[in-house]
Write a protein that binds this ligand. Sequence first.
Ligand code: PEP
Ligand code: MG
Length: 588
Amino acid sequence: MADHVPQPTFERLWTGTAVSAGVAHAVVHVLKDHFDEPDQDAIAPEAADHEMRRLHAALDVTRQEIEALKREMGAEEGSAESEIFETHLLILQDGSILRQVEKTVREQLVCVDHAYYRLMTKHMEKLRGLQDAYLRERFLDIKDVTQRVMRHLRGELLETPMFDEPVIIVAHDLTPSDTVQLDRSKVLGFALETGSAVSHAAIIAKSLAIPAVVKLQGICETLHSGDAVFLDGEEGHLILNPTAETLARYRSREEQAEKREDVFQLDRHGEAVTLCGRVICVGANAEFVEEAEIVKDSGAEEVGLFRTEMLHLENPDSSEDELAAAYSTVVKSLAPKRVVFRTLDLGGDKVDERLAAEPEPNPFLGWRGIRLSLGRPDMFRMQLRALLRAAIHGRVGIMFPMVSGLQEVLDAKTLLAECAAELERDGQNVPDEIEVGAMIEIPSAALSADQIATEVDFFSLGTNDLIQYTLAVDRLNDRVANLYQPTHPAVLRLIECSVQASRRAGIRIGICGEMASSLELTPLMIGLGLNELSVAAAQVARVKHAIRKLSVPECQALAHQALKCNHSAEILEMTRSHAMRCYPELFE
Ligand code: PEP
Ligand code: MG
């Protein structure tokens, strides 16, 4: 190999969209998409041997990797874990696969990456749609092995096997499953080529209080793991090789921001009472057990939304005891504060491949949330039993996601009651009462909120989805991002409709979508009658500060006006200027 010649380093700036505040200065770890179809590069006949050597080398490293994993997990011979690794090794060393790949490479003169990928995906396709659980598992085995081999063919893992120092993650996009697999204690920020403020990577970044910037075009191609960058989650900048001057400029900006922030943070544990004396409950959203401490410190009065699917994606094989232990840890560490656990909202972009027999053409309109849970009663019961067991340690609410109408709530409540009865029969303690809520995030739920309200104790508006389903705008799609308008008159009408229904039924209503964290929308939210806002932990102090500067009658007048407006931009401008008048210091 040629000697490495150090290249001169130049500062280079990318500007994207800031979706989670804060800054970070560290090296990057580039996550390549390991499963994109490789290019069908043609090769010269004399290059075929070289291609096959590349494949053998990749298979060899993969074998060592699987054997090391097997050792690390301490999988005993004959155990289920050990069988998984054995199966992976068999797939890896399958002679017929090797022969077929070689034939394709030599006869069709295509690169080995493409030949291997095509053959393995053909095998996967055959297994993918099958109902048989055993064969479906084989699909995942082949996928796993193929991913590993592809990664080694591309030389990625050889370059940076893993990060053992703090890093900024650079990726094209980051699915919830990718995100939960990361060692979060070492992740200082996300820099992504795609995504939006309501993508789950952004939401998780906010929960973890780390900066995130999306829509940074071309970074995956240019950056390499180990490059030093500065990530600015305020302005949306990513700077490669930041100079000493740049860093000094940021440091002084940060010092000023920290001083301002300290003022808002001082009173974060106090109640959020409006100028006219209305108490608004400000909670925090959370996804992981370790966030309990962050939430406690944030000044949040409750966890208004605990997204349980992240724990599931992190460890899909958890037993009921393990789930109960994880939920109980959260409940105990936050007691006496209430924790609202949302039952699994799998599906959409939060995919557990073992549950989805085949990929759905339209996953956000498919088997998601409560539909999936009701379709997998064993799994759902296990979660409900675990939640009921955790509920004896403190104040717990259980909330159902993606409810489209009354029937799903009735079905879910029936299962919940059965689980409670079962636990009692088994001699386990169960709480006397447990608050049950429905997320209002599908227009049909908002329009039938009066019916649903008779069966629940509270509503929580999931505006991230409510906006996407009302306006038919994919919350993750850049191309239509300008149409994703929280202040669209139709969205406001659905919120209003849900608030009215909750009032008539005498139940609580709050909001846990990202709209709740947006300080320019706070006057509108309060004016529309939302008395509980659940926001990113890092935003609690600021939202409380904003609320203390508002008067409810003024906000109501604003909402009244807004409901008569025809245009999103006009409504946004009204609430923004109200907010800037009442708390300009939060916009400095
Ligand atoms: C929402 O849709 O607003 C919500 C809070 O749920 P999620 O973002 O997890 O879909
Ligand atoms: Mg949602």
